[in-house]
Ligand binder design. Structure first.
Ligand code: C2E
Ligand code: SIN
Ligand code: SIN
Ligand code: SIN
Ligand code: FE
Ligand code: FE
Length: 367
């Protein structure tokens, strides 16, 4: 029996609810494949992902089988992807394109199959939905139509998951780069990074930035001082106050950081480059290096400025002792609309408890 339209809608809603909160790429693929199987009344569903770099398609979701990689244009799936067309094939074993290797590897016999390619928002093919072995009888046009509904939703989900996965790789690269730099060049602790990341997340959410932007900023903002790796040790770690000339050199860390980070094409490092460049700009236009004013300063820069200074003032540095909280809050009140975006100062005050919880959680060991 085929699923009827009502049942289809029910299945789709059930899975959308399940899939929405998932972050893990593999979990998402898994649930999408379960959805495809239910919708088409099939024995199996495999979600294939196109890997252009390696000219192959792969799938993690093959119900008990490990990851399968096949060359880009091989098999029926490969044909569907290459020709960007959906297919119903009810005599698979006789089909000239059928790749019997997969059956051989998995010890499974494929009778019939339906394949629907998936496209991202730029209409680039990113994968395919493949359902195998209808429970009863052959696949028909109604099955195809229902599965196409799900495929367009799946394509969106998959597209977002691919982006998130790229971002995760970026993160790892970034965190490695950053911690290495921090360890080598400056006396600040790893907890400074964690606190600035967490403060930035709170401000970003409270300001109304999307979860995607917040996620990007959370990992970009701790990179703001990466340019300090280019500052001579005698200046960077000078135990006292800088001369005017020394401070001029110190100030170049913003541009240096921008130059280091903007060499990367990745989205999150691009955001980090903005942050490095603009975290010492001031709302009143008296900051450096460019003297940008108000909303000319990217919101990522304005948020990082608040997070960074809140943290810097509360921490011991080679040139100063940590300030008591009242003095810090006083400075933020005085600098509301001067150094800092007034909205962000208000949000800092409103969320002070959460800021203090974070400060407590990621305390510097020696203070
Ligand atoms: P940082 O230590 O991470 O400080 C970041 C920012 O927090 C500072 O940016 C400043 O806006 C604020 N801040 C930190 N400590 C104080 C303070 O005692 N009073 C006030 N009013 N604000 C403070 P800024 O000033 O652009 O400095 C950038 C970086 O230059 C600092 O990063 C630090 O690495 C270095 N630096 C600044 N002043 C000195 C200094 O007198 N001696 C040494 N050795 N380094 C300094
Ligand atoms: C094919 O599409 O021919 C191979 C993929 C599969 O059978 O799972
Ligand atoms: C410095 O003495 O290096 C910094 C002075 C300032 O924060 O403007
Ligand atoms: C992103 O990579 O998610 C966007 C970051 C940006 O705004 O540059
Ligand atoms: Fe800085
Ligand atoms: Fe800093």
């Amino acid at each position: 029996m085929n699923n009827n339209a009502e049942k289809i809608v029910e299945i789709i809603f059930e899975y959308i609810t399940k899939i929405q909160p998932l972050r893990e790429y593999e979990e998402i693929l898994m649930e999408l494949s379960y959805m495809g199987r239910s919708l088409a009344n099939a024995d199996r569903c495999t979600v294939w992902v196109v890997d252009t770099k390696n000219s192959e398609i792969w799938s993690k979701v093959s119900h008990g089988i490990d990851t399968i990689h096949i060359p880009m244009s091989s098999g029926i799936v490969g044909q569907a992807i290459e020709n960007k067309t959906q297919m119903i094939i009810n005599d698979v074993q006789k089909n000239e394109n059928f790749n019997a290797e997969v059956d051989k590897k998995s010890g499974y016999e494929t009778r019939n199959m339906m394949v629907i390619p998936m496209f991202n928002r730029h209409n680039v093919i990113i994968g395919a939905f493949q359902v195998i072995n209808k429970k009863e009888g052959d696949f028909n046009d109604a099955d195809l139509k229902y599965l196409m509904l799900a495929a367009s939703y799946s394509a969106e989900t998959l597209d977002a998951a691919i982006l998130a996965d790229e971002n995760d790789q970026t993160q790892k690269e970034m965190i490695f780069l950053m911690s290495e730099a921090v360890e080598k060049r400056s006396k600040e602790t790893g907890n400074h990074i964690k606190r600035v990341a967490a403060y930035s997340r709170i401000l970003s959410t409270a300001y109304g930035l999307s979860e995607e932007e917040t996620y990007t900023l959370e990992f970009a903002s701790p990179m703001h001082d990466i340019g300090k790796i280019g500052i001579p040790d005698a200046i960077l770690n000078k135990p006292g106050k800088h001369t005017v000339e020394e401070f001029e050199i110190m100030k170049t860390h913003a541009l240096l950081g921008y130059e280091i980070l903007s060499a990367s094409p990745r989205g999150m490092l691009k955001a980090a480059a903005i942050v490095a460049y603009e975290h010492h700009e001031r709302y009143n236009g008296k900051g450096y290096p460019l003297g940008l004013k108000g909303e000319e300063i990217h919101i990522y820069g304005r948020i990082t400025a608040v997070a960074d200074v809140f943290d810097a003032l509360g921490s011991d540095r080679c040139y100063k002792k940590a300030w008591p909280l009242e003095k810090i809050l006083e400075l933020f009140k005085e600098e509301r609309g001067e150094h800092f975006d007034p909205i962000l100062v208000d949000l800092l005050m409103e969320n002070l408890d959460t800021f203090l919880e974070i400060r407590d959680k990621f305390k510097d060991s020696i203070q």
